[in-house]
Design a protein around this ligand. Structure first.
Ligand SMILES: Nc1nc2c(ncn2[C@@H]2O[C@H](COP(=O)(O)OP(=O)(O)OP(=O)(O)O)[C@@H](O)[C@H]2O)c(=O)[nH]1
Length: 299
């Protein structure tokens, strides 16, 4: 688990600790210890678990999300809820004098407030998710499986692409497929190093995504090969799109290390229409053969 995001939530952490400190202070200053025989241990376990789990949720939110309105509201709501949960647990070990009876009357109010704040947080989370979905549309085509994302390019891997392509094929949706391969990438690696090769792959991926329509899907197929799924498009249009993409990539000025001299590199592509009579595996094998053939001819 990566806790590095915690350091970016210092203000929220201070707020949570303040709320927890307040609950402890109120209890210590107003409560009197019960006799151990009067403690209901089953209640302690139940209420203690709620308290601990809420603290785990607060931690999970802070280590998963960057700072912002949604994170602040989620943590604040959970902290209020935890305040009531803590008073509930302390209740099991202490009793309040008549002068402090108000405490047991109002102890559930922060929990209710917390639920309201969390409901507002969920509304904004929903809005945020819609915005993120829009940004990710060309990378995931309305389906999310984060464990299939390629770490270098941040595109989905081939299996993910295959699953989405098969869905379109089964539904009989007209679609085209484009495969792109970087020319002489092994030479690029040899000359500039593997790390620069990785950076180049990443930049090419971003450029491909930038060139797509909102409904298309780009994935990393293998090594230096990318595959694009383009619904509602004919083969000729896909071919023209691939040509334009080749042209964009050829004109990308990649700078290795601190060098000012730009490196211009090329890709080659093949495209075809998705067909119901031909299996996806056969079609991809054919396209890959075509790509390898163009490489042999150029050599
Ligand atoms: N930096 C980097 N290189 C990779 C990665 N995956 C594959 N490669 C390299 O990509 C190269 C692919 O080699 P080839 O299939 O011969 O392709 P090529 O050199 O581009 O030759 P042609 O496709 O025929 O133009 C190999 O050198 C691999 O080591 C990666 O994730 N990062």
């Amino acid at each position: 688990m990566d806790f590095s995001l915690l350091t970016r939530h210092r203000g929220l952490l201070a707020f949570v600790l303040l709320v927890l400190g307040l609950a402890v202070t109120l209890c210590v200053t107003n409560g009197q210890l019960k006799d151990i025989a009067d403690v209901e241990w089953l209640d302690v376990v139940g209420e203690g678990s709620i308290c601990l789990l809420t603290l785990c949720w607060i931690t999970a939110v802070m280590i998963s999300r960057p700072p912002g309105k949604v994170t602040a509201l989620l943590v604040a709501g959970l902290a209020f809820f935890n305040f009531s949960a803590m008073l509930d647990v302390f209740d099991e070990f202490t009793f309040y004098s008549d002068a402090a009876h108000w405490l047991s009357v109002v102890e559930s109010i922060p929990a209710a407030m917390g639920m309201v704040v969390m409901s507002v947080a969920l509304y904004w989370w929903h809005q945020e998710q819609l915005a993120l979905n829009k940004q990710l549309q060309r990378r995931e085509m309305w389906y999310r499986a984060h464990d299939q994302i390629d770490v270098i390019t941040q595109l989905y891997r081939a299996d993910y692409w295959r699953a989405r392509a098969m869905e379109l094929q089964e539904q009989g949706v007209k679609a085209a497929v484009v495969i792109l391969d970087i020319n002489d990438f092994s030479q690029f690696n040899l000359r500039y190093g593997h790390a620069e090769g990785d950076r180049f792959l990443k930049e090419i991926s971003q450029l491909i995504v930038m060139n797509l329509r909102a409904v298309d899907l780009a994935c990393r197929y293998a090594g230096d090969r990318f595959v694009i799924l383009m619904p509602e498009i004919a083969a000729e249009e896909a071919c023209e799109f691939a040509r334009q993409l080749e042209c964009s990539i050829r004109n990308v000025a990649f700078r290795s290390g601190g060098q000012t001299t730009a490196i211009f590199h090329s890709v080659r592509s093949v495209s075809a229409q998705l067909q119901q009579q031909v299996t996806l595996a056969e079609m991809m094998a054919g396209l890959n053969r075509q790509l390898d053939e163009t490489s042999r001819q150029a050599a």
